[in-house]
Design a protein around this ligand. Structure first.
Ligand code: AMP
Ligand code: ZN
Ligand code: FE
Ligand code: FE
Length: 277
C-alpha cells in the first residue's frame, strides 16, 4: 500500500518530514508522496530518510486554487524541487499566506482574541504557515477547545476571521504543473461543493480539458461506495485514480498515515499508472 497525500512540519503537519517517512516504513507502506502546502522544503530530509528506510518518496506539493463554490485543492506529484515553472511560483504563494495570516491576526484581535504572529511562526516552525497553526495557538491560549472548534467558529470560510489569499486558477495550476513535468491531481473532490451531476460533468470536463491527470478517489472520509463512484467518474473523464490520507498528525487527530480512519488502502499499482511519461 501507498499514501500519495501527506503533510509534515514543512507546512501544517505536526511530524517532521523524516519522521513521516519512518512512520510510513514502519507501517509497511512502499511509497509516500510529501505534499506540503506551497512548499517543498521538507523533501530533502524526507529523501534521505526514504533512502535509509527503503521506501519510495515522491516529491510533491498541494495548492489551493481559485474556486467560488468551495475549496479546490490540487496535489502535484513528481514535482522535482529546484527551479521550474511551478516551483518558481511557490515563494509568491507563501508570501500571500504571510500577508493573509496578518489579516487574520488583526481580525482575531478585533474579536477580542489577541495572538501574536511571532507565536504562530514559532509553533509552525516550517516554511509554509497556515490556519491550522493559528488554530493551534488559539487552543493553547484557551480561546477554543480544539483545532476543529477554531475553524468551526472563526477560521473556516464564511466565519468571522476567514480571510482570502491569492490563489492560482485551476488552468494556471494544471498548466504550470505540466510544464514542470509533474502530475496534477484533483484533491478530495467532495470539498468542491458540487451539487448536481451536471456541475460534476462541467467541472471535470473543464479540468480534464486543461490537462488534469488524476483525481483522488481514495480518501479517509469516503465510504467504499463513494470510492467506487469516484473511480468510475475518473474513468469516464479520462482521469487516473489517486489516493492518500491527507495526514497532518495532531493537526487532524482522527487521520492516520496510510490508513486514514482505519479503512483506507491505496494500492501500489495506482502509482505506476500515475508516473509521468
Ligand atoms: P490554509 O492553507 O492556511 O488556508 O489552511 C488550509 C488547511 O487548513 C487545510 O489544508 C486543512 O489542513 C485545514 N482546514 C481547512 N478547513 C478546515 C476545517 N473546517 N477544519 C479543520 N481543518 C481545516
Ligand atoms: Zn493542510
Ligand atoms: Fe487539501
Ligand atoms: Fe492536504
Amino acid at each position: 500500500m501507498i499514501d500519495l497525500h501527506v503533510h509534515s512540519t514543512a507546512s501544517d503537519g505536526s511530524e517532521s518530514p523524516g519522521a513521516v517517512v519512518r512512520m510510513a516504513a514502519a507501517a509497511g507502506l512502499t511509497a509516500i508522496a510529501l505534499t506540503d502546502h506551497d512548499t517543498q522544503s521538507g523533501i530533502a530530509q524526507a529523501r534521505i530518510e526514504a533512502a535509509r528506510s527503503g521506501i519510495e518518496l515522491i516529491a510533491g506539493t498541494e495548492l489551493s486554487l481559485e474556486w467560488v463554490q468551495g475549496a479546490m485543492h490540487m496535489v502535484v506529484l513528481f514535482l522535482e524541487p529546484g527551479p521550474g515553472p511551478l516551483q518558481d511560483r511557490l515563494a509568491g504563494l507563501r508570501e500571500g499566506r504571510t500577508e493573509r495570516n496578518s489579516r487574520i491576526v488583526a481580525r482575531l484581535a478585533e474579536l477580542g482574541l489577541p495572538i501574536s504572529e511571532a507565536e504562530i511562526l514559532e509553533l509552525a516552525g516550517g516554511e509554509s504557515v497556515g490556519r491550522p497553526h493559528i488554530a493551534a495557538v488559539m487552543v493553547s491560549r484557551g480561546y477554543v477547545e480544539t483545532i476543529f472548534d477554531a475553524f468551526d467558529r472563526y477560521l473556516a470560510w464564511g466565519k468571522p476571521a476567514y480571510m482570502a489569499r491569492p490563489r492560482l486558477s485551476p488552468e494556471e495550476a494544471v498548466g504550470l504543473a505540466l510544464e514542470s513535468k509533474a502530475v496534477p491531481i484533483l484533491a478530495h473532490p467532495h470539498t468542491l461543493g458540487l451539487n448536481t451531476s451536471e456541475e460534476v460533468s462541467t467541472t471535470l470536463r473543464r479540468l480534464s480539458g486543461a490537462g488534469l491527470v488524476g483525481i483522488e478517489c481514495y480518501y479517509p472520509l469516503y465510504s467504499p461506495f463513494e470510492r467506487e463512484g469516484y473511480a468510475a467518474l475518473a474513468e469516464r473523464f479520462g482521469l487516473k485514480p489517486s489516493g492518500g490520507s491527507d495526514y497532518h498528525g495532531t493537526y487532524k487527530p482522527d487521520v492516520e498515515l496510510g490508513i486514514g480512519r482505519g479503512n483506507l488502502a491505496v494500492a501500489d499499482q495506482l502509482l505506476d499508472a500515475l508516473r509521468p511519461a
